[in-house]
Design a protein around this ligand. Structure first.
Ligand SMILES: [Fe+2]
Length: 311
């Protein structure tokens, strides 16, 4: 795989290649052990959870073992409002202020924009113009509700994970950003939405990373987008992560790139695959073979597995 970002973004991300600047984690579904294990192993500067977090305890307690190791940020997903416990363990956590929804924050040297939640047609059907949304904002919806319909003096818990036009437009007008994290997918996904692309293009981001669909997706690698597209896009599965930047040009870079590719293919089992002797590599492990100069062969094996070839 080729280096993914333009030179200016690389220039601002000088770092020890063995320690990623940023790591993005797919929907944990309440299981934060893979997040903790990956942070302890890779020690990234910061991490971003892509929604559907549902911590079983308040988030700052569930991630307590790594709070001194990395900076934690997140966006919420649709299921983070499924129950009072799901809601309270996120929005009631001491990490609640780390929700990136509707704003841009500088994290590990990158400007990161966040759009949590999902499109719900009762609020805004993203196939329709934004002006035609049923409710432009949380407040506008609240004003139409009867007292007995309110939840904690506001809109229903469910719609606190819906995307409102006002939040979207506020972010759209927030200036330049390097990276956009969303729960919903961009339009190239079969269940993605054009407003995500329009937001990414308005912000001028070079990278979009999303959760929600529970599959690792390299949009260019799968032919869903071309390298001529204005931004690169990745989906991240539950239990998996994406490290950024994916720098394959510096010392140690190719091995990090292989780990990223293996993660796209095998998810949480990536490191185990790299460490297991393989008969096509004369009995060596892919990690050892790559370190000895054979990274191209290991990469071609991973590409073949990813795209249905025989290895
Ligand atoms: Fe989701």
């Amino acid at each position: 795989m080729k280096p993914l970002l333009s030179s200016d973004l690389h220039a601002r991300s000088e770092h020890n290649p063995s320690k990623p600047k940023l790591m993005f984690f797919g929907d944990p579904h309440g299981d934060l052990e893979p997040v903790i294990a990956a942070v302890e192993h890779f020690q990234p500067e910061a991490i971003i959870l892509l929604g559907y977090i549902q911590p079983r305890r308040p988030l700052h307690i569930a991630l307590g073992p790594i709070l001194s190791l990395t900076e934690v940020w997140f966006i919420h997903g649709n299921h983070d409002t499924d129950s009072d416990a799901d809601y309270d363990n996120l929005w009631g956590s001491e990490l609640a202020a780390r929700n990136l929804h509707g704003r841009i924050v500088e994290i590990a040297g990158f400007k990161v924009a966040g759009l949590g939640g999902i499109f719900r047609s009762k609020i805004w059907d993203p196939r329709r113009p934004i002006e035609e949304a049923a409710f432009q904002s949380n407040d506008a919806m609240c004003r139409t509700m009867k007292c007995e319909e309110l939840w904690r003096d506001g809109i229903s818990r469910k719609h606190r994970s819906s995307i409102f036009p006002a939040d979207y437009q506020q972010l759209l007008r927030s200036g330049h950003s390097d990276i956009l994290v969303t729960h919903e997918a961009p339009a190239a996904h079969q269940h993605g939405w054009r407003p995500i692309d329009e937001l990414a293009e308005a912000l001028g981001v070079q990278l979009v990373v999303h959760g929600h669909h529970h599959r690792c997706i390299d949009y260019v690698g799968e032919g869903l987008m071309t390298t001529a597209a204005p931004f690169r896009a990745f989906g991240v599965d539950m239990g998996s992560h994406l490290a950024w930047p994916r720098d394959e040009s510096g010392p140690g870079g190719p091995l990090q790139g292989l780990l990223d590719l293996a993660t796209q293919v095998f998810g949480a089992a990536a490191q185990a695959w790299l460490d297991k002797p393989h008969e096509l590599l004369n009995g060596q492990t892919p990690a050892t073979f790559a370190a000895a100069g054979g990274s191209d062969k290991v990469r071609s094996m991973l590409n073949a597995i990813q795209h249905g070839g025989i290895v």
